[in-house]
Design a protein around this ligand. Structure first.
Ligand code: HEM
Length: 449
């Protein structure tokens, strides 16, 4: 790790000395995960379905029945995570409304929590769900960050990436040809394709991809509340390594900029330039979001299509159907299952009054199965006419900036796989990742021929 990352300053300007760091880490874990874990476990014991989803791994692996129990309580119901909704129109309204934001008012928190958050703050270990990551900041900062990155994701810029995606997929499939008949499709293909694509987009050396995958897998858990200490420590180590890598990467691109997005971000004119912390947050998010989600789309798709073999065969016969198939996978088994917003003022929503400062949890994976929007919602049908109405990429101002790229990787990656290995079958039991916010597979054994 670089010296810069080791000594990066805290908000109060205090260098993170060797003794302060473990104390800060413990503080960060306690307020972000330890206390929420106790609270969620207590709610789960009292029968709160959301608390149970968060605390019970078996339920998390198969969340859809629990989502129906939440749905039965109405479009908006109280839960251990504030208000919760499974209703597509309510979730969409919240995402699009200016009366909701992603930030929350720390001044409303008890003094001890505010102090712990301030003391535990450590930019060298910051994750993608911590400000100033654009995912969790409101305008005007959000507008500033988003404008800087969205130029790299216009439809034209995304389409220009198609040959590179195809080339990358083909090279990975060539490697697979040389392997045994049974492989783990996540490790050999579904994770490799997105990480190679985002590495190219961000100008980072593809030789480091195994490092990114390892770091990303550990750090993805920080999106979830209530992590056990051991997993939190692993995530923090991974985040420090990523920030250290980014320091070196930024220094290299400042000396020798290329045509990529990060080169542009590190050489912005002074009036537009990002602070060091903003730059780290923005690129860390792009890197992590770029592969930690798309891997799940590819893996979930293969498992669904294996279970619906007629549809796999239909797509092979008519590849024009892949666009619809990708939308249906995103809808039925969404790679991002939930998000949340905080009311900025008292708001009328779903027949209830949501008070200012209150959190609303949006179960995107459940909204995508709202029977009022998607008839027979648990049926997998790659020809479903309105599958694209799903909220798998969220909505409103935080709508996924990489949605076009993810769709393209899905269509190109799955089509290439089906053409090269038409007889591919899932072999054995796929293993889910132990995550709450993201949904996908850790291991997916398949026979290729
Ligand atoms: C199947 C793949 C993907 C899925 C399901 C997905 C899903 C999402 C969702 C749900 C959000 C918004 C969360 C919220 O509203 O709180 C989001 C935001 C974001 N995604 Fe994606 N994503 C995917 C792929 C990508 C890719 C390939 C990139 C590329 C670089 C990317 C970059 C981002 C960024 C930067 C944001 C933050 C946008 C903002 O806050 O304005 N995502 N994504």
């Amino acid at each position: 790790m670089s010296a810069t990352a080791e000594t990066r300053q805290g908000p109060a300007g205090a260098a993170l000395g060797p003794l302060a760091r473990p104390t800060r880490t413990a503080m960060r874990w306690a307020v972000r995960h330890g206390l929420p874990a106790v609270y969620l476990s207590r709610s789960a014991r009292r029968g709160d379905p959301v608390g149970r989803l968060m605390r019970d791994r078996a339920l998390r692996e198969q969340p859809y029945e629990t989502y129906e129990q939440v749905r039965a309580r109405g479009p908006l119901s109280p839960s251990s995570l504030g208000w919760v909704t499974t209703a597509h129109p309510v979730a969409q309204e919240v995402l699009r409304s200016e009366q909701f934001g992603v930030g929350w008012d720390r001044s409303a928190a008890p003094k001890v929590i505010r102090w712990a958050l301030e003391f535990g703050d450590d930019p060298g270990a910051a994750g993608v769900a911590e400000p100033p990551s654009m995912l969790v900041v409101d305008p005007p900062d959000h507008t500033r960050f988003r404008r800087l990155v969205s130029r790299a994701f216009t439809p034209r810029a995304t389409a220009a990436f198609e040959p590179a995606i195809r080339r990358t997929a083909d090279a990975l499939l060539d490697d697979l040809e040389r392997r045994e008949a049974t492989v783990d499709l996540i490790g050999t293909y579904a994770a490799q394709l997105p990480v190679l694509v985002i590495a190219e987009l961000l100008g980072v050396p593809t030789e480091r991809r195994e490092d990114f995958l390892r770091w990303g897998a550990a750090a993805a858990a920080t999106l979830d509340p209530g992590l056990p200490l051991r997993r939190y420590l692993a995530a923090e180590r991974a985040l420090r390594a990523m920030h250290g890598f980014l320091d070196e990467h930024f220094a290299r691109l400042r000396r020798d900029p290329g045509e990529d997005l990060v080169s542009r971000l590190v050489t912005l004119p002074p009036e537009e330039a990002l602070t060091d912390r903003e730059l780290h947050a923005t690129v860390l998010l792009l890197l992590g979001a770029g592969f930690e989600t798309t891997v799940n789309l590819l893996g979930n798709a293969v498992v669904l299509l294996d279970a619906h073999r007629d549809q796999w065969d239909g797509l092979r016969a008519d590849p024009a159907g892949w666009d619809g198939a990708v939308e249906e996978v995103l809808r039925l088994d969404s790679p991002v299952q939930l998000t949340g917003r905080t009311a900025k003022a008292d708001v009328q929503l779903g027949g209830r009054t949501v008070r200012a400062g209150t959190r609303v949890t949006l179960l995107l994976g459940a909204a995508n199965r709202d029977p009022d929007v998607f008839p027979d919602p648990s049926r997998f049908d790659v020809t479903r006419a309105n599958a694209r109405e799903h909220l798998a990429f969220s909505g409103g101002i935080h709508y996924c900036v990489g949605a076009g790229l993810a769709r393209l990787e899905g269509v190109v990656g799955l089509r290439a796989l089906s053409e090269r290995f038409p007889e591919l079958r899932v072999a054995g039991t796929p293993e889910r990742r132990d995550l709450q916010t993201l949904r996908g597979f850790e291991r997916l054994p398949v026979t290729l021929r």
